[in-house]
Design a protein around this ligand. Structure first.
Ligand SMILES: [Zn+2]
Length: 288
């Protein structure tokens, strides 16, 4: 009797607990796939990681959740004997920065936009060792492994601290959460994200690449420019639909009640970003 009771309580607790500490990562495996010579995409739980390996060392883009750090290290060791020299955080969210402390302790320099350090530092649960030690405001270029790894900051897109990473020689781009391939994006309005900035960032990146470029999204499969263009088109459509309702004087709940994205949801909505959540984000971004 007590056993049933306590199991129920634990199940309820797990279903409402937001922190990843309660999440069970034991079954997660880190998949490593080669995108280009010396450049890999790593998938586990959370945001897709990017990896450059070569004579200089390993350059890792994002590091998912803290409990996965050992598995990520083991996965990296399958493609290089060199240590991780740099970890670039594409933004501050916990499914992209959770491994910072472990990689920092192992000697990697954690690099991110200024606002990523600020947001992580403002969180009581962030240890000092998880903070980026090198920050930038607009862009930075890493000359490693025969590449010019160009990192630039698009303003107010997914958050206010986003970084997009271009491997110019290999023709690969890692977009962090400025790209959710084939699904509605999460636009973190509370952390400075906006739909206008998000569309701008997608358009800026699309203009820098070609049809052959391999695009690693923050979430979703390895993609191409055509997939970015599909996201741009749907977001421009969403923006104009929501703006039209705002112009008619509808408030946020009335916009949601009008179900303005109904015909898009089958293709674009997913577990985390439903049609309602997408509509609310667009409304909050556009309403003055
Ligand atoms: Zn994110």
């Amino acid at each position: 009797m007590f056993r049933v009771f306590s199991t129920t309580i634990i199940a309820i607790y797990l279903s409402v607990a937001p922190a990843c500490a309660q999440r069970d990562f034991s079954a997660v495996e880190i998949n490593v796939s080669e995108v280009s010579d010396g450049i890999y995409m790593l998938e586990g739980a959370g945001g897709n990681m990017g990896l450059s390996v070569g004579d200089d060392g390993a350059f890792l883009i994002d590091d998912q959740f803290a409990p996965l750090s050992e598995k990520i290290v083991a996965a990296i060791k399958t493609v290089t004997d060199k240590p991780v020299e740099f970890v670039l955080n594409t933004h501050h969210h916990g499914d992209h920065t959770g491994g910072n402390e472990a990689f920092g302790d192992s000697g990697a320099y954690i690099v991110a936009h200024d606002n990523v350090r600020g947001r992580l530092a403002a969180n009581d649960q962030t240890s000092a060792g998880a903070l980026p030690v090198i920050t930038f405001s607009e862009s930075a270029t890493f000359h490693r492994n025969g590449e010019a790894i160009h990192v630039f900051h698009p303003a107010n897109a997914h958050t206010d601290g986003d970084a997009i990473v271009m491997f110019r020689n290999a023709n690969v781009v890692h977009m962090g959460d400025v790209f959710f391939s084939g699904r509605y994006p999460y636009i973190d309005i509370g952390s400075g994200g906006t739909i206008d900035g998000y569309i701008d960032a997608l358009e800026t990146t699309a203009a820098m690449i070609d049809d052959e470029t391999n695009v690693i999204p923050g979430h979703g499969p390895l993609s191409k420019k055509a997939d970015i263009n599909a996201s741009i088109a749907v977001l421009i459509d969403i923006r104009s639909r929501i703006q039209a309702l705002i112009d008619q004087g509808l408030d946020e709940d009335a916009v949601v009640a009008a179900d303005p994205l109904a015909d898009l949801n089958d293709e674009w909505a997913w577990q985390f970003i439903t049609g309602e959540r997408m509509a609310r984000a667009a409304y909050q971004s556009l309403a003055e």
